[in-house]
Design a binder for this molecule. Structure first.
Ligand code: SF4
Length: 256
């Protein structure tokens, strides 16, 4: 299980983002997420229905300020400052205020770095989250399925999440977003099959992308051990074939 121990971590060199400094708004001991994806590299969401205390915004902002000042003094150059870490960053109740401060600190210390957020798209019913995601350079939003049934199987949202509503909200970004999708197939603990690479599932997902119109789509296979057993990694050739179906309407496609 991979968890980050600090609010500011890295930098790491990422194939997608270059030199990327991570920001983790969530506690160090647990993953806090509004989903329980069967492939999550942080393990199962053990905090479901638990009342977890998150860091205060003041503590986070102070930490950002002091870490950025230190790293800047060392002469660090960054391509991206990236919300990621132990779960879903937009769950923090003060996500917008923290983001406003992050934008100001970026201007002061790392003006050429873009701000990225890896988000699971479940908090778009909160206007403040949509506003914050639209203020940053690079919202990278998860959409692992085109149908509600496959979405529920793969992402196991905690509470009801309606995929039509999520896609409407993603459409409202006016194309200023990237979509990230992980492809897999396998058999669940219940004995049910799961496979978002069938012709019907890919067709449904493509329809969603045509509606959302992201500038970039990232396609991934499983890369690390998964909490659900019996999941298969999709071969690179199959990922490439799926990517080719997007070429006429998505400007940038990465099959990683
Ligand atoms: S949304 Fe991300 S952090 Fe949450 S369970 Fe899924 S993969 Fe893990």
């Amino acid at each position: 299980m991979m968890l980050f121990e600090k609010i500011v971590f890295g930098p790491i060199v990422s194939r997608r983002l270059g030199i990327s400094l991570g920001i983790n708004l969530l506690p160090k001991k647990w993953k806090v997420c509004s989903m329980d994806c069967i492939y999550c590299e942080c393990g199962w969401t053990a905090t479901k229905n638990k009342d977890i205390k998150l860091y205060d915004k003041e503590l986070i902002i102070n930490e950002l300020q002091s870490e950025f000042a230190k790293l800047h003094k060392k002469g660090l150059k960054l391509d991206s400052i990236t919300y990621s870490g132990n779960g879903e960053p937009t769950l923090h109740p003060d996500f917008e205020e923290i983001t406003d401060n992050l934008i100001a600190l970026r201007k002061q210390y790392f003006p050429t770095a873009q701000i990225t957020c890896l988000s699971n798209s479940t908090q778009l019913h909160r206007e403040s989250v949509v506003r914050a995601l639209q203020k940053i350079d690079n919202p990278m939003m998860k959409l692992d399925a085109g149908t509600q049934a496959m979405f529920d199987k793969i992402n196991q949202p905690c509470g009801v999440q309606n995929i039509d509503f999520i896609c409407e909200k993603l459409h409202s970004f006016g194309g200023k977003l990237a979509i990230q999708t992980l492809f897999l197939k396998g058999i669940l603990h219940s004995g049910e099959t799961v496979d978002n690479t069938t012709e019907a599932e890919i067709a449904a997902w493509i329809e969603r992308l045509k509606y959302i119109r992201p500038h970039t789509v990232y396609l991934y296979p499983i890369d690390r051990p998964t909490p659900a057993k019996n999941l298969q990694k999709i071969p690179t050739e199959q990922l490439t074939q799926i990517a080719q179906k997007l070429e006429t309407f998505i400007p940038k496609i990465y099959a990683c």
